[in-house]
Design a protein around this ligand. Sequence first.
Ligand code: TEU
Ligand code: CA
Length: 550
Amino acid sequence: MLVQKKWWKEEVIYQIYPRSFQDSNGDGIGDIPGIISRLDYLKDLGVDIIWLGPVYKTPNDDNGYDISNYYEIEPEFGTMDDFDHFLKGLKERGMRLVMDIVLNHSSDEHEWFEQSRESKDNAFRDYYIWKEGNDGLPPNNWLSFFGGSAWEYDQQTDEYYLHLFTKKQPDLNWENPELRRKLYDIMLFWLDKGIDGFRMDVISLISKRQDFAYANFKSFGQLVETTYANGPRVHEFIQEMYAKVLARYDVMTVGEGPGITKDVGLDYVGADRAELNMIFHLEHMFLGFGPRGRFDPVPYNWDDIKMIIRDWDDAMGEQGWISVFLDNHDFPRMVSRFGNDHTFRIESAKMLAMMVLTLKGTPCIYQGSEIAMTNVQFNSIDQFRDIETINFYKEFSGEGMSDQEFIELANQYGRDNVRTPMQWDATAHGGFSSSDPWIAVNPNFREINVLNAKEDPDSVYYFYKALLEIRKKSTALKYGKWQELNQSDSNVYVYTREAENEKLLIVLNHSDNLAMFEYSAIEQCQILLSNYKNSDSRQLKAWECRLYRI
Ligand code: TEU
Ligand code: CA
């Protein structure tokens, strides 16, 4: 066993998008007291670490990923007292809290930016990235993740500021040591409250190439990888953060890494790097993103997914670590994207659950996946809430795209799909709120909800519980070597996990069709879990998944 044992390698993460989890005060917006009222549900499900989306003070341009005060709780989400009760509630249940922290950019309503934009000689000017324009044009051709130029002209000082995301999310200038120190103080404040770690938003983007040269790119993804991500000082900054902040605590850090490819992954998470514990790499999530991003889709298939999993397992070896996930608050519902949420919603959701909970790495379950919540079908533009979707709607409709055409794209690829309220029961608004929520509840809440799931022994919910229980007791699933087994049927995904004297075989059919799998000594294997009754032969039914002990 070469792999170092760590609690964050053994436990399972559950991601909460606070705005959509549970409203407690009837304003239609999820909040911290609402989450507190669901702590027993989370404990009972069997998850260990809660990754809480940003709850800091925010104007909500990007639903909390635009922070205007890192030391205060956004009143919509509650008070610092509520936060303290939440953290205490988790600890009492033997659970942990990982906070989302956004260090690449702040809100433009942060006092630092309000000062910075005042004048070129303001003490905070250098907290952000300001450049002169080019004859009335932006300083270069960099584009925002959320459409348009990555530069916004500011009249006050006749310069442009950089924003890789919305214009209300100005990028922080990590070249400034005083700013870095202020960011580390923020981290220390939350760590000293007893949280168990951070999910670091777009940490791969914090070091900018200082020549700010025009970029040469054929797709947005290429622009991210070659120009925004893995900048010249990114490791210096993260190692400094580790030395000055993280090293003092037994905490978990997971970096969100747009642009982190398998070739540079280990630079962030190698055991000897003194940087991060693990990363959410996004290579499989960006599959299908065309030259202009998610609303410019290109085809991909399961072979592409399997290749990325294989390459990353190889790249991490025994030295690195990743988190395993198939959706989060930025990507469509996994059962709709990777499964079949029409004819085989239950079966395919269970198969995807088994995949996430048996691959090598720390699993991350996004709220609602445990009851196989699906994408939503909005039929008018004004139902969408996500700034990324709204910005691209403006861009594409400005180029002549019809509303109907864009709505179809947003219904399939947009982030609002995973931000509709958690579906707790069949009462109004799915039990999420006593009044109209900030975003419409998926109309299928009457059928797909926690209450129904708990009353059905064959529900996806109980399948997750069973998998989580098996995982808790299995060294092979936590630390075991992952080995893919070649199959002649391309609709079948077969791999083993092996550690010490425990060897498991996982067999997945990721299609609507019958499939055959090959494994010589299958007769000697004992079924531990499957999503079909009496699954015995080598023939797999649609979306059938099996976990065997060898
Ligand atoms: O996401 C960055 C990111 O990589 C994804 O947002 C994705 O690139 C984007 O949706 C383009 O399709 C992080 C947060 O997870 C996201 O919610 C924020 O909107 C973003 O950073 C800015 O903070
Ligand atoms: Ca509320």
